[in-house]
Design a protein around this ligand. Structure first.
Ligand SMILES: [Zn+2]
Length: 310
């Protein structure tokens, strides 16, 4: 079975305006890297639109309607908050980003792919059920987790997040529900300021390890090996979902962690091993952040290479 790559041209039509770090060139860089001959074994499919009722597994129906109803005129931008922007194409993009997670879950649960990578934008992990923010509109990974539970009766879904920012939106969904697990390393202090180690969820189903600026490979690997992976192993996920942000790379302009591209191979291998042990290998990963185009392309390629080798 192969690795599924899910993307869509609509993700490039989410226009955030000039000088915004979360820009279409990010996805172009990732897709250009995955165009290499070495990735010819990927199965590729277009991201469908998530249905409003699928979005409503995480977001209140009125929030779904409000976001999908924001359609600025061509060339105009709607400022959702200080750094979250919507253009003409943004509603479709965020609806397809969630749809990519749904398609990935369908593929691994249905046995048509061993694992999947959703190359999407906008990212999603900062969107809480009722508040957009941090470039995020719908929380795609949480929507994927809820879809797995609703459609396939999956009992325990884990979401692991190695983006340099804490996914407080995902944590808001997970923390009251012991059928979900959330584990994250992130730089602290940094936006959004959440993710203290004492935030542990309802049943130790949240594992946060904040890392000081300038932490590198060693601190990152110790955090996962000694704190998050043992808790994840105890949780015994039946499906693993990954918030794959690559902005902890040392070249990223938005943060000060010092990871190397090889660290993304390492964490990918660790998460794939847990998926293999507990979840029949079922893993669906989604692009979150990563703002240096070369570091992002190299790191996403390393991640997908690991998925293909699993
Ligand atoms: Zn980030």
């Amino acid at each position: 079975m192969s690795t599924l790559l899910i993307t869509h041209p609509a993700f490039l039509a989410h226009n955030t305006g000039p000088h915004h770090p979360e820009r279409a060139d990010r996805l172009r860089a990732v897709l250009a890297a995955l165009d290499d001959e070495e990735f010819s074994g990927l199965r590729r499919t277009e991201a469908p639109l998530a249905k409003p009722q699928e979005l409503a597994h995480v977001h209140p129906a009125e929030y779904v309607r409000a976001i999908l109803g924001i359609k600025p005129a061509e060339g105009e931008l709607a400022m959702i908050d200080g750094d979250t922007v919507m253009s003409t194409g943004s509603a479709e993009a965020t609806q397809r980003a969630a749809g990519a997670l749904i398609a990935g879950v369908d593929a691994v649960m249905g046995g048509t792919a061993k694992n999947a990578f959703a190359a999407v934008r906008p990212p999603g992990h900062h969107a809480t059920p009722d508040t957009p923010g941090g470039f995020c509109l719908f929380n795609s990974v949480a929507i994927g987790a809820r879809h797995a539970q609703a459609k396939y009766g999956v009992g325990r879904v884990a979401i692991l997040d190695f983006d340099v920012h804490h996914g407080q939106g995902t944590q808001a969904v997970v923390e009251p529900d012991a059928s979900l697990f959330y584990g994250s390393t992130h730089q602290y202090p940094l936006y959004p300021g959440t993710g203290a180690a004492r935030e542990r969820g309802i049943d130790n189903n949240v594992a946060n390890v904040p890392l000081a600026p300038n932490s590198g490979s060693e601190e990152f690997r110790v955090a996962w090996s000694e704190r998050i992976l043992p808790a994840l192993d105890r949780f015994r996920p039946e499906l693993v979902i990954v918030s794959a942000g690559f902005d902890a790379h040392r070249r990223d302009p938005l943060a000060q962690l010092q990871l190397e591209t090889e660290d993304f191979t390492w964490i990918s291998d660790q998460l794939l091993a847990i998926a293999q042990q507990h979840a029949k290998g079922r893993l669906v990963s989604a692009l979150e952040g990563g703002y240096d185009l070369d570091a992002l392309a190299d790191s996403a390629a390393a991640h997908v290479r690991a998925l293909m080798k699993a």
